[in-house]
Design a protein. Structure first.
Length: 182
C-alpha cells in the first residue's frame, strides 16, 4: 500500500512539473510572438514649408531646359491625345488661389495651363510673375465650358467673367512631374 501511495505521489509531482513546464513554454511563446522585428520608417512631408521651398514634385535642375516660347512649335505639331516630353522655363501668369493645384505660364501667342502629375503636389499661391522650370509632358486638350469656369473661379474671376465663358476651348496643357522656382 505504501508503494502505491509513493507511486501516486510521484506521479502527482511529475504531473505538476509538466504543468509548470507547459506554463513556462506558453509564457515564453507569448512573449516571443509579441516581439515585432518590423521597423517603421517615419516619412516627413516633402513640402514641409511651401513658402520657402524651391522644388516641388520631382527634383529637377536647369540643365537642358528650353524657353516656354520654343515649345510653341511643338504644340503646333501635336494632336489631341499626343504628348511631348519637355523641360521648360517660363513666367507664371496666374496660380490657383484655392490650393496652388495648377498654374498658367505665359507664351508669346498663347498660354499654357500646368497641372501637377496625379495631383501629388502643389505650388505656393503667391508665385505669380515668378520664373519657374517645369519638367513633364506637353499636350493639347479641349476644355469644357464647365471646367473653364471652374478654373476661372479658382483664379478669383467675377461672376460676370464666368458668364462670358460659353464655348469649349482648345488648350495647351502641361503635366508637370517637377517644378523648380527660380
Amino acid at each position: 500500500m505504501l508503494s502505491l501511495r509513493l507511486k501516486k505521489q510521484k506521479s502527482i509531482l511529475v504531473f505538476n512539473k509538466m504543468k509548470r513546464n507547459l506554463f513556462l513554454i506558453l509564457v515564453i511563446s507569448i512573449v516571443l510572438s509579441c516581439k515585432n522585428d518590423k521597423t517603421i520608417e517615419i516619412i516627413q512631408p516633402v513640402e514641409k514649408d511651401r513658402l520657402n521651398k524651391k522644388h516641388f514634385g520631382n527634383l529637377i535642375t536647369l540643365n537642358n531646359a528650353v524657353t516656354i516660347d520654343s515649345l510653341q512649335s511643338q504644340y503646333d505639331t501635336i494632336k489631341i491625345g499626343d504628348s511631348v516630353t519637355a523641360k521648360v522655363i517660363g513666367k507664371v501668369k496666374s496660380v490657383c488661389k484655392a490650393k496652388g493645384c495648377w498654374m498658367i505660364l505665359e507664351m508669346k501667342e498663347e498660354e499654357v495651363m500646368v497641372k501637377f502629375k496625379n495631383y501629388t503636389f502643389f505650388v505656393p499661391k503667391n508665385i505669380q510673375e515668378k520664373e519657374v522650370v517645369i519638367s513633364g509632358k506637353a499636350y493639347i486638350e479641349e476644355i469644357s465650358i464647365q471646367e473653364q469656369q471652374h478654373y476661372a473661379k479658382d483664379e478669383g474671376k467675377s461672376e460676370e467673367e464666368l458668364a462670358l465663358i460659353n464655348t469649349p476651348k482648345r488648350t495647351y496643357l502641361f503635366e508637370a512631374d517637377g517644378v523648380l522656382l527660380k
